[in-house]
Design a protein around this ligand. Structure first.
Ligand code: BES
Ligand code: ZN
Ligand code: ZN
Length: 501
């Protein structure tokens, strides 16, 4: 992939097509649009004046025009940006995604975009190229037939920001490329079938990435985990032929310590397939449970980006990679197990396995020195009922920390909505025979039950839990994004690390 920083003469960019954002209600050309109008002999004016294209987000209008002076492009793509007042950096990313998906289908190999937003040029570039790269991801990796019908990728992306310094744009383009590629790395993991992406394979991919990007990586096997007392995590993998792996990735910044000497801990649920175990799931829709490792995949992708972006804060990534299967050795509903922190757990539903593996993974992250922990997990069907695929649910033990996570999400275009936790909820998972049980009362506050369970394994750290069951997978494609894995969480985590200067 090649990216170009364009600061003057947008219309003369050395590309096949020029894409430009149009806002709702724009009826006649201004600024760059006037130049485009001129080279097309008034086509832009005509489209704006008509009522087929209204500048709504996701809309596009494609114009062909004849050679004109120094202009190399022969196509213009008008990309709807929606309300001008709501048009922000995440919207730039979506506009770039929409443009690349449209132009790719039309056999274009290079284009330049003018997002018409006044924000720092580096931030615009970062968002735009992220959208350009994630917009090109497809989930048909294993298709061998009809590959000639697959659109070829757009290779060159030019970004125009009026009056910006080329170096500023370039810096943003580089950062955005790292973020976009890391998100696609996460999506590729989440998209892998579970016979290929076993816990061992997930660990192999993480350690290969770590080597390439300069992260420390340690893979804990079951024997190590047993020694550490991770009876909760290990209870989930008992029924599987595939041994569990605890993936530990460490990033240390060049400067010895961040000002606040915080250590971030990102913890991911990596259930490579969730059958439910002995509390077996119904077969209909069970195939979706290959993406039950999306939280883990997000942590690995975020660690990749962090390794390359080098923020000034130490980060530990912990991914519990486990397969949840039923066999003669599997955990039974009513089993009691002991977690690493000594707490005893009555397992009443083996399908509530995510919290069981996170219990030990979160405790491990804190033991390794994490002072602020964010865990990501496709934890509950209940969060899909509550928030659909629009918002990730967040719960935690420190309001300021939660607010920060939500605001990082907003910057990244990843919407997050808080749900409550508290003593009254924690009471609901008290067990008759052990310290806690892994489910609450049927049909009550399912998402919160997951959170208050994990909370039992956090000691002093500030902690936020993101339930991404609804947001990690897109059932229907969007103009800027293929259906399938979304890599939700990656950019939010990256944004969070950048708050440490
Ligand atoms: N992996 C599922 C949650 C899930 C459901 C993710 C739908 C994505 C889409 C999780 O392990 C699970 O099975 N949770 C149970 C918990 C229940 C038994 C308390 C659920 O949500 O039904
Ligand atoms: Zn489950
Ligand atoms: Zn699960």
């Amino acid at each position: 992939m090649k990216s170009l920083a364009i600061t003057a003469n947008f219309i003369e960019a050395n590309v096949e097509a020029l894409a430009i954002v149009i806002f709702k209600g724009e009826k006649s050309p201004t600024d760059q649009l006037s130049a485009l109008d001129k080279i097309t002999g008034g086509l832009v004016s005509a489209v704006l004046a008509g009522d087929e294209f209204n500048g709504e987000e996701g809309e596009t209008a494609y114009l062909h025009f004849l050679p004109s002076g120094k202009v190399k492009a022969r196509r213009i793509l008008l990309v709807g940006g929606g309300d001008r007042n709501d048009f922000n950096l995440p919207a730039v990313s979506r506009a770039a995604g929409t443009a690349v998906r449209f132009l790719r289908k039309n056999k274009i190999r290079s284009f330049a975009l003018d997002p018409r937003l006044t924000e720092p040029a580096a931030a615009i570039a970062e968002a735009a190229v992220q959208g350009f790269i994630t917009g090109q991801f497809e989930l048909d990796k294993y298709r061998t037939k009809d590959i000639d019908k697959k659109p070829k990728p757009v290779e060159t992306f030019g970004l125009f920001v009026a009056g910006a310094k080329p170096a500023e744009i370039k810096a943003g383009l580089e950062r955005g490329q790292i973020i976009g590629e890391s998100m696609n790395f996460t999506r590729d993991l989440a998209n892998e079938p579970p016979n290929i992406l076993t816990p061992t394979e997930m660990a192999n991919r993480a350690s290969k990435m770590a080597k390439e990007c300069g992260l420390k990586c340690e893979i804990l096997d079951e024997a190590r985990m047993k020694k550490l007392g991770m009876g909760s995590l290990l209870s989930v993998s008992r029924g599987s032929e595939q041994p569990a792996k605890l993936i530990v990735l460490k990033y240390t910044p060049a400067k010895a310590k961040s000002a606040k000497s915080e250590v971030l801990g990102f913890v991911g649920k990596g259930i490579t397939f969730d059958t439910g175990g002995i509390s077996l799931k119904p077969s209909e829709g069970m195939d979706a449970m290959k993406y039950d490792m999306s939280g883990g995949a997000a942590v690995i992708g975020a660690m990749r980006a962090i390794a390359l972006l080098k923020p000034n804060v130490p980060v530990i990534g912990v991914v519990a990679a486990v397969e949840n299967m039923p066999d003669g050795n599997a955990s039974r509903p009513s089993d009691v197990v002991t977690a690493m922190n000594g707490k005893t757990i009555e397992i009443l539903n083996t399908d509530a396995e995510g919290r069981l593996i996170l219990a030990d993974a979160v405790a491990y992250a804190e033991k390794q020195g994490a002072t602020r922990i964010i865990d990501l997990a496709t934890l509950t069907g209940a969060v899909v009922v509550a928030l659909g695929d629009q918002y990730t649910g967040v719960m935690g033990n420190d309001q300021e920390f939660i607010d920060e996570v939500i605001s990082c999400g907003r910057e990244a275009g990843e919407s997050i909505w808080q749900l409550p936790v508290g003593k009254e909820y924690s009471k609901m998972i008290r067990s008759d025979i052990a310290d806690i049980k892994n489910i609450g009362p049927r049909g009550k506050a399912g998402t919160i039950m997951g959170a208050v369970f994990i909370q039992e394994f956090v000691e002093k750290a500030k902690w936020a839990h993101l339930d991404i069951a609804g947001t990690a997978w897109l059932d229907n494609p969007k103009p800027y994004q293929a259906k399938g894995p979304t890599a939700v969480g990656v950019w939010t985590l990256v944004k969070f690390t950048e708050r440490f200067k």
